[in-house]
Write a protein that binds this ligand. Sequence first.
Ligand code: NCD
Length: 318
Amino acid sequence: MGTLRHLMTPMDFSTEELEAIFTVADDIRAHSKDYLHSCDGQVLATCFYEPSTRTRLSFETAMLRLGGSIIGFADATSSSAAKGESVADTIRTISCFADICAMRHPKEGAPFVAAANSLIPVINAGDGGHHHPTQTLTDLLTIRTLRGNLTGFTIGLCGDLKFGRTVHSLIHALTRYEGIRFVFISPKELQIPDYITEMLDEKEIPYISTRRLDDAIVGLDFLYMTRVQRERFFNEEDYIRLKDYYILDNAKMRLAKPEMYVLHPLPRVNEISVDVDADPRAAYFRQVQFGMYVRMALILTLLNKTDAHINAGLLTEK
Ligand code: NCD
């Protein structure tokens, strides 16, 4: 029996631990048949109080491909939350049924409350505008696979940097790698929060902020596009004014380096023209696939099952 661990923010794992998860994910990608029974008899609960396509289905597919089973709800109105049950009581109940839980909630901190009251590992699958650590594991594995490492590149983050939790988690995670520079591209109203720029200042990590995608795109190694987060706006007028502020199209892609990859956590609304999908530098659908492998690796890690694979010699040295 290992210790009970949760994943609330990407900083909960050291860079060495993340590297171990990525190594397992690489091995799963190469030898998926070796993992078909790794979680036989175990149950994943997905408790989603907020809409999702990729994250929930990615977790569920990950568990099914490990031989486990899934339970859960995809909508708060179909759970006892609609009757007023607290997150603490819900997770105590889920702990009686499942071995591991992935939770998404519109309120910042809700999965932390769940983790504090849980007998099983809890994974934050997105809490309000705060964190989305498994998207970050996905993004890091994608970058690491496309570039071969996680150091020495300039990443532009474009769109809703104020409310975008994937952006907040990714920045925190990347500050631990050498030679990373950030370019924040957003309208003034959707600027990156001060607590993040203060953290970068403290760590002496270089960044610039600009409104102009056309100018910024020229120097980037990665461009991380994001959707304007309609559900977190206080009024619809502001959303309508800002929603199409950036549209990445082939004309803009011509300004970028030949090897500048485009990432996006998805869902896309209008911020990337569908014409860009055919560009070999568009990596957002490959990113979805990496998300499933990394969630498989994470489930194995939190259920303390990676040692079994290493001991059985299944995990090949890269
Ligand atoms: C993101 C999220 O939920 O924060 N989606 C995802 O999980 N891939 C991004 C978004 O909704 O814009």
